[in-house]
Design a protein around this ligand. Structure first.
Ligand code: ADP
Length: 504
């Protein structure tokens, strides 16, 4: 930890990282070093199968508590916090009363699938609707994004549509809700990255999309102002932490991680290996349209200049290892997987295809189910565990192939998330992808990205180039197998995938 005295006055940044299962707050030094972390988990609410909700007060209270803990732990004066930034779980949808602040319902979480039938209905009733959505928003017609969650609230919660039409209600993603509460109702805004995940934002024109709003029957008056990712987002009320703190940066979690990994030039990509995996590549000022159902999204918007990204995700990354641990009970701790993989080596005849909830990009086969293939009498625990790790890497290669076929070529990759503690995994990843991989010193890339944005706004950094100099790698991995061995490994995976695909 940096010595407090090394920093001059007002040199700290408070970064809020409001995630799906916990709220965190991190105090960073101006050099991007972590000074203190506060973290509070909060309850997940599952009212029905496929439904996931959060209580807005839990989101708020856990956020406040995390920040208070971080400030106390850092042992700094609140006056020394120059600026704050916010990053958040994306797409999660809230509606609240503009006057009383009372939410009309719980937050509907990004994972929630309650609007699947409605999405199907939209597709049936409106020819080419998915085309329109992709053209305007870069996304796909899916319950994941905020738009159909808003419609559900308008149509299923008593009086909400009428109140929304009278202008009494506000919609927001989590950043907007936190901004609104942190500023005591003074600021009602979001940033372009969060807006780009609602399925209502035109990413080319950088405004709410009238055509989609009309089609879905959403009153435009219930949408926040869309600001740059580094912008004047008002200030935190003095009574919350003892002093007003300006808010200068906002970005959705995956975009914030791209910024925290300093992927500022086209072709730079980051991949986060947590429960799932999110790979995001900077495509510069070009909004690349994928032909493989990858998402086109706003990476960040600075001084009204948009930088775009392409995003692909893997449903089961660390979750595969969790299943091996808790479902199969083959290991007691995720970290045991590393030594087992060392014992197994690359010549593992076993392939695991973790298609527990179907196959994502580039197969898009929701009916497919998982399998373990290539078993023989001498197969043991270590081969199966290793196959689980390898599956995460092969799926990343699938994403990379999809990107390459769309004409975008990541030259290298910056990896983060809980799984990169496993060096065997990252080396295998470099070997399967055939590109170098770097893991950063500061692994809290999401919170760091929000801090960088806030620091830019506060004038602590003059440019993205200056921010990029703060990024440091902890460990670099270069591919060590030849092209033929790489092709052979990947071919084994493709054959295994073919065997689990559904007939459709
Ligand atoms: P999230 O933020 O999604 O909760 P984390 O970034 O904390 O996830 O990463 C935790 C995930 O990483 C878990 O799913 C766990 O199974 C996996 N994991 C943690 N350590 C290792 C390891 N050494 N080897 C393989 N997987 C690991």
């Amino acid at each position: 930890m940096p010595d407090k005295k090394e920093n001059t006055m007002s040199d700290y940044i408070l970064s809020f990282d409001q995630g799906t299962t916990s709220s965190r707050a991190i105090i960073f030094s101006a050099r991007g070093e972590i000074c203190a972390i506060g973290q509070h988990e909060f309850p997940q609410i599952f009212p029905h199968s496929g439904w996931v909700e959060h209580n807005p007060d839990d989101i708020w209270e856990s956020t406040l508590q995390a920040a208070r803990d971080a400030i106390e732990q850092a042992g700094i004066d609140v006056a020394d916090i120059r600026v704050a930034g916010i990053t958040n779980q994306r797409e999660t949808t809230l509606i609240w009363d503009r006057h009383t602040g009372e939410p009309v319902y719980n937050a509907i979480v990004w994972q929630d699938r309650r609007t699947a039938a409605y999405c199907q209905q939209l597709e049936d009733e409106h020819e080419n609707i998915e085309q329109l959505i992709t053209d305007h928003t870069g996304l796909l017609l899916d319950p994941y994004f905020s738009a159909t969650k808003i419609v559900w609230l308008l149509d299923n919660v008593d009086g909400v549509r009428a109140r929304a039409e009278r202008g009494e209600l506000m919609f927001g993603t989590v950043d907007t809700y936190l901004l609104w509460r942190l500023t005591g109702g003074e600021v009602y805004a979001t940033d372009a990255t969060n807006a780009s995940r609602t399925m209502l934002f035109n990413i080319h024109r950088q405004c709410w999309d009238d055509e989609l709003l009309a089609l879905l029957g959403i009153p435009p008056g219930m949408l926040p102002e869309v600001k740059n990712s580094a912008d004047d987002f008002g200030a935190i009320r003095a009574d919350l932490f003892g002093r007003r703190i300006p808010i200068g940066g906002v970005a959705g979690d995956q975009q914030a991680a791209l910024i925290g990994q300093a992927c500022f030039t086209p072709g730079m990509a980051k991949s986060t290996y947590g429960t799932g995996c999110f790979m995001v590549m900077n495509t510069g000022d070009e909004a690349v349209r994928s032909t493989h159902r990858l998402l086109t999204t706003v990476a960040y918007r600075l001084d009204n200049q948009v930088t775009y990204a392409v995003e692909g995700s893997i449903f089961m990354a660390g979750a595969t290892i969790q299943w091996i641990r808790d479902g199969l009970r083959l290991i007691r701790d995720a970290s045991e997987s590393e030594s087992l993989a060392h014992q197994t080596g690359y010549e593992n005849p076993v392939y695991m295809v973790p298609a527990f909830t179907g196959l994502g990009a580039p197969y898009w086969d929701p009916e497919a189910r998982g399998a373990i293939l290539g078993l023989s009498r001498d197969t043991g625990i270590k081969e199966i565990v290793t196959a689980g790790l390898q599956a995460v890497c092969y799926q990343t290669r699938d994403l990379l192939e999809a990107m390459r076929e769309d004409g975008i070529r990541p030259e290298n990759l910056r990896a983060d998330g809980g799984m990169v503690a496993n060096s065997w995994l990252v080396q295998f990843l470099a070997d399967v992808l055939g590109i170098p991989i770097a893991c950063p010193k500061v692994t809290e890339t999401t919170a760091l990205g929000a801090a960088f944005l806030a620091g830019l706004q506060a004038g602590m950094y003059q440019s993205l180039d200056e921010v990029a100099t703060l990024w440091q790698d902890d460990k670099a991995y270069t591919p060590q197998v030849d092209d033929e061995a790489r092709a052979q490994l990947y071919q084994g995976w493709r054959t295994a995938v073919e065997r689990v695909r559904s007939a459709g």
